[in-house]
Ligand binder design. Structure first.
Ligand code: B4P
Length: 188
């Protein structure tokens, strides 16, 4: 049973690695960023509300995210495992997840923290902005996303480390090498 959480700054490669691992472990890759972007593209009520925050590089308010996670983890394909990417993003979301997983009896194995220096992140995301045109991949917004990460998400590293649930992996290597390092530490 694979249940993993990916943590790391924006552009650390959470989505890239979570996708690879989800394929090899045959469990769904649950990315709150992808769910939100699809809601924005389809102009759903959630998408209309989330777009403003995403374009500004802010976290989308918890009340829009928590129900979405509750419903997604209750879906049939998530009962035998999952890889969470981009959630939790703050201590409130992590506490909610603890309570939810207790309620549905789904303990997770570990939290993978991808470490990448800021200058590498900025260059990766500026490139992605040019290639894919993601509206939050402009240099000013990326710098703001990094500030939000330091303030809201980084405290989760100590939160999980204190519970011996954290493993850190050097994300500043070619994609295949990061996957190889990951597979060794999480033993999936
Ligand atoms: P996310 O979609 O989670 O976006 P991310 O942090 O930018 O991406 P990630 O780390 O997954 O990077 P990726 O693999 O794509 O969030 C976007 C927004 O959604 C947030 O700012 C927020 O507004 C909102 N949101 C999402 N979840 C939320 C939540 N729980 N609560 C509130 N708001 C939420 O990689 C980035 C680039 O690097 C790619 O171009 C990739 O090809 C490249 N790359 C990856 N690994 C590489 C490697 N090893 N070497 C070279 N390049 C690499």
């Amino acid at each position: 049973m694979t249940r993993l959480i990916f943590l790391g700054p924006p552009g650390a490669g959470k989505g890239t690695q979570a996708k690879n691992l989800s394929r090899s472990c045959n469990v769904p890759h649950i990315s709150t960023g992808d769910i939100l972007r699809s809601a924005v593209a389809n102009a759903t009520e959630l998408g209309k509300k989330a777009k403003f925050y995403m374009d500004a590089g802010e976290l989308v308010p918890d009340e829009l995210i928590l129900n979405l996670i509750r419903e997604r983890l209750a879906a049939d394909d998530a009962l035998s495992g999952w890889i969470l990417d981009g959630f939790p993003r703050n201590v409130e979301q992590a506490t909610f997840l603890d309570e939810l997983l207790k309620e549905i009896n789904q303990p997770f194995e570990c939290v993978v923290n991808l470490e990448v220096p800021d200058e590498v992140i900025i260059s990766r995301l500026v490139n992605r902005g040019k290639e894919e045109g993601r509206s939050d991949d402009t240099e000013a917004t990326i710098r703001h996303r990094l500030e939000v990460y330091r303030e809201r998400t980084e405290p989760l590293i100590d939160f999980y480390r204190g519970r011996q649930q954290l493993v850190s992996v050097d994300g500043n290597q070619p994609v295949e090498d990061v996957t190889e390092s990951l597979v060794k530490v999480v033993q999936v």
